[in-house]
Design a protein around this ligand. Structure first.
Ligand code: NAP
Length: 243
């Protein structure tokens, strides 16, 4: 949240941080969202997930006006992502998978026809990632904790996106030589000196030697997520001002 606030301020977006008490209930939260929905000075709203278990996440996300939905998690935006044409630049797209696409585009390769495997099927990363890659005409396979022969499916991937949340779970045996690997995972592990360190889902040091490109953790997908959050906010602002 700190990094998001800092990045927004850097580009001239005003941020109002509602840091709520632990005792906040669902009604209080939705009331606040409604106030922000009705405030013309607020163009974009983000509810930082995960929410406490007593609060129904779906109801909260649904209460954000779709046109102010900075994360792109409202069902209308989820639906638009799946049915709109490829080059619709006005969509509120979930920030992390869109950031992954922008990273892939930087490689200047033709994504069409590539075999893409997405590990993870969460609403915030895995599912929208698969939709986005499908729009790029990749042949997309989504794998998850119940998938059989997951390693061999991953070994077939030209593009492997990992969004599991398990430290260094994907090793070189999962990855085809020359593949492109995007590591979404952010996992904190303890090191020998009683310190902790951030690592991804992928064994970076081992995998980097056989792939054509791989994102590091930290410093790979994370900053792209923040950049795409700013992008969505700008889109929301422009739409509200009819620019
Ligand atoms: P999530 O909701 O916990 O989903 C994890 C997914 O991984 C689930 O679909 C799960 O399968 C699958 N999975 C778990 N164990 C598996 C296994 N052994 N084999 C295959 N699939 C397995 O997590 P998330 O919110 O998508 O986040 C995933 C990771 O990305 C986390 O580390 C998170 O911190 C990170 N993240 C990073 C950013 C960023 O900006 N870089 C943004 C968002 C998330 P089932 O559905 O079958 O349980």
């Amino acid at each position: 949240v700190k990094a998001k606030t800092k990045a927004a301020k850097e580009v001239g977006i005003d941020v109002i941080d509602h840091h709520l008490k632990e005792s906040t209930n669902q009604n209080d939260l939705i009331t606040l969202i409604n106030q922000l929905n009705n405030n013309d000075d607020v163009n974009s709203i983000l509810v930082q997930l995960p929410l406490p278990k007593v609060i129904n996440e779906e109801m909260v996300l649904n209460s954000i006006l779709p046109e102010k939905d900075a994360d792109g998690f409202h069902p209308l935006n989820v639906g638009k992502l799946s049915i709109s044409p490829k080059n619709d630049d006005n969509l509120m797209i979930p920030c992390t998978p869109y950031g992954c696409l922008l990273l892939l585009r930087e490689l200047n390769i033709n994504l069409s026809g590539k075999n893409a495997v997405v590990i993870g099927r969460s609403n915030i990363v895995g599912k929208p990632m698969a939709q986005i890659l499908l729009k790029e005409s990749c042949t997309v396979t989504t794998v998850h904790s119940k998938t059989n022969n997951i390693k061999s499916i991953c070994r077939n991937a030209d593009i492997l996106i990992s969004a599991i949340g398990k430290p260094e779970f994907v090793n070189k045996d999962w990855v085809k030589e020359g593949a492109i690997v995007v590591d979404v995972g952010i996992n904190r592990i303890s090191t020998n000196e009683e310190k902790s360190q951030l690592v991804g889902d992928v064994q970076f040091n081992e995998v980097k030697n056989i792939v054509s490109a791989i994102t590091p953790v930290p410093g790979g997908v994370g900053p792209m997520t923040i950049a795409c959050l700013l992008r969505n906010t700008i889109i929301a602002f422009k739409k509200s001002k009819k620019i």
